[in-house]
Design a protein around this ligand. Structure first.
Ligand SMILES: O=C(O)CCC(=O)C(=O)O
Ligand SMILES: [Fe+2]
Length: 323
């Protein structure tokens, strides 16, 4: 009706130094982060610390050449049958034109080197640059993820848990390709979902496609920018915070004739997710039973899980008498 299209909250991280929590604009930014994550469950972070040149090198020098490899090379990105969704994804029913590769602990140089060795077993001159670029970019994205996670702990008055939560968290760097549909109409390439993990930080490159659903149901297209990253709350952090943070539904749609690439850093709990005592009181009765994160992920992809829209509530929710 001619109204302004809804936009995600935009938060300026240019004055935040992740290695110096509490300094500079940190307190003011933390207030904006809490507001955004409790209402939308996501925000668009202006984060020039991931330099546009490094982002361009990540996609043009590393991600694009990866997807150009033959399928059997990409399938070597496999962490074993007991670790589904840790590595290569492709040819998934319902996810036409979607493919992705992922590096467990891609924020560390060793795992990135091992991954490059799998993709290019004969080495090659470019793998050194590939590793520096991928690991360097992942590190920068990780610094934002960790700062946001710390701000959440501080904002909820439970900063004392930050180190313990960090120690029991691992990171997955996923690089994704969404093939151009070569059509004007939008095609869904990744279906509507909530993320299962703690926080996801999405790095889009030039081509739009990420759509976030606001609480009122409206879909919000997140326009890519060379200096912004999108931070999204997943169900594990929603559970840990006893439902104080919103885990938004989102999807990927593409149109036109340019293939879309993205890189996403997921922070993932190693094992148990349990609400701290401090976050349970009369006003906030316990919403989720303690549970093993991997078991929850298995539930999400099971037939039973597929029947529920709110998979976290279905898996470990504590219902009050009126629900
Ligand atoms: O590619 C993107 O922009 C985000 C993809 C996504 O939502 C996911 O992999 O969970
Ligand atoms: Fe997602």
């Amino acid at each position: 009706m001619g109204g302004e299209a809804k936009q995600l909250p935009r938060i300026d991280f240019s004055g935040v130094v992740p290695s110096k929590p509490g300094t500079g604009t940190w307190p003011a930014v933390r207030a904006q982060v809490m507001d955004a994550l409790t209402t939308f469950g996501c925000f668009d972070a202006h984060y020039p610390a991931l330099a546009p040149e490094l982002r361009a090198e990540l996609f043009d020098g590393a991600v694009r050449p990866l997807f150009a490899l033959p399928a059997d090379a990409k399938r070597r990105n496999d962490y074993g049958a007991d670790k589904p969704f840790h590595g290569y994804l492709g040819d998934i029913p319902g996810f036409d034109g979607y493919e992705s590769l992922a590096i467990v602990e891609g924020t560390e140089p060793g795992p990135v080197r091992d991954f490059a060795g799998l993709m290019w077993p004969d080495g090659g001159d470019h793998t050194g640059l590939f590793c520096d670029t991928v690991h360097g970019a992942a590190r920068r994205i990780f610094e934002l993820e960790e700062a946001v996670r710390r701000m959440v702990m501080e904002g909820l008055g439970v900063a004392k848990y930050h180190d313990a939560l960090s120690a029991s968290t691992w990171h997955l760097l996923r690089m994704s390709e969404y093939k151009a549909p070569n059509a004007v109409e939008k095609t869904v390439r990744y279906m509507t979902h909530q993320d299962t993990n703690l926080l996801s930080v999405v790095c889009q490159h030039e081509v739009e496609g990420l759509e976030m659903q606001a609480r009122d149901g409206e879909w919000v297209l997140v326009k890519p920018s060379p200096t912004s990253l999108v931070v999204i709350v997943g169900n594990a952090l929603r559970a840990w915070t006893n439902d104080r943070l919103h885990a938004p539904f989102h999807r990927i749609t593409v149109a036109g004739n340019v293939t879309r690439y993205s890189a996403i850093l997921f922070s993932v709990p190693h094992d148990k997710v349990e609400v701290p005592d401090e976050l349970v009181d009369d006003e906030h009765p316990l919403r989720f039973r303690p549970h093993d994160h991997n078991d929850f992920v298995c539930f999400c992809v099971s037939e039973e899980g597929g029947r529920h829209e709110d998979k976290l509530m279905a898996y470990c929710g504590v219902h009050d008498r009126n629900e």
